[in-house]
Design a protein around this ligand. Sequence first.
Ligand SMILES: Cc1cc2nc3c(=O)[nH]c(=O)nc-3n(C[C@H](O)[C@H](O)[C@H](O)COP(=O)(O)O)c2cc1C
Length: 300
Amino acid sequence: MEGVTDPAFREVMLELHGPNVLGGAFTEFVVVSRGAPVQEHVLRKHLGRTDFGTPVGMQLMGPNPDTMAETARRVEALGVVPVLDINFGCPAKGALKSCAGSAALRDPRAMEAVVRKVADAVSAIPVTAKIRAGFDDADHVEDLSRAVEQGGAAMLTIHCRTRAEKYQDEVYWERIARAVSAVSIPVCGNGSVKTHADLERMRRETGCDYAMVGRGALADPWIFSGEEVDRRRSFQFLCRYVEAMRTAGPGHPPGLAARVKQLIRYWTAGDAVSDTRTSWLRDPDPSHFLTRLTEAADGG
Ligand SMILES: Cc1cc2nc3c(=O)[nH]c(=O)nc-3n(C[C@H](O)[C@H](O)[C@H](O)COP(=O)(O)O)c2cc1C
């Protein structure tokens, strides 16, 4: 998730769960501009460490099939990315303005052409695509799903909200079932998986092959295993995240605290912050915030 699940977050998640529990992860979307393909060092930075035994795919988002295709070639040439995903779901104004992300949902044929161009550009790694259930409405789920399949994607991920529904609470998993009926490639369902039990429920109720967790993993990294951890372990995860960020980069206290606060907004693991969330979020002093985190991880 862009701006949240950075390589350091992924590192801590993939340390926590092996591939039998967490089948795979994707990078945040990498923006591919209209004018030029993404440089190799930028791709490597997005990817971070990949030596966990769990596949880490890379996600690209961009409006231009040519720069997307050339970037895809560069991703494949890195030799460590097992799958390449295309983002057709981002509802952000910036993405729409540049005709990327969910903008493509208005034109299934153009979307199909992007998938085809990217799939043709790589020789050995599969290309997958992530869509929403539609732009303004969900009337065209089948058409959009088939466009992804016909473009040559090896898997479809469908976030069951439309672009207009953004991140609203109410979801309609039956749209995932409609996508499953429309295509013969594997389908990964996404949208409002909030508990470990929801993972299986989504598969059972929709027939999808895989289930993808978004914000549920920000609230509780153990959602994938179903383990219930105590307060201390939940804070230890956050401290390990801080350590991974420090190793990856300069890691100044304000930046570190800001990243952890993004998780604390959602955090339910270990019931650690339900009574104190506001005081964590409003702590004005990053160094104090980080010390408090360490004390909580030590059992304080
Ligand atoms: C802050 C934020 C950043 C996101 N960034 C991405 C992204 O980079 N790529 C992507 O495919 N989806 C992204 N998403 C969407 C999620 O992957 C997911 O589709 C969405 O949150 C619905 O799932 P959920 O209800 O389980 O959260 C993002 C969502 C949020 C809230």
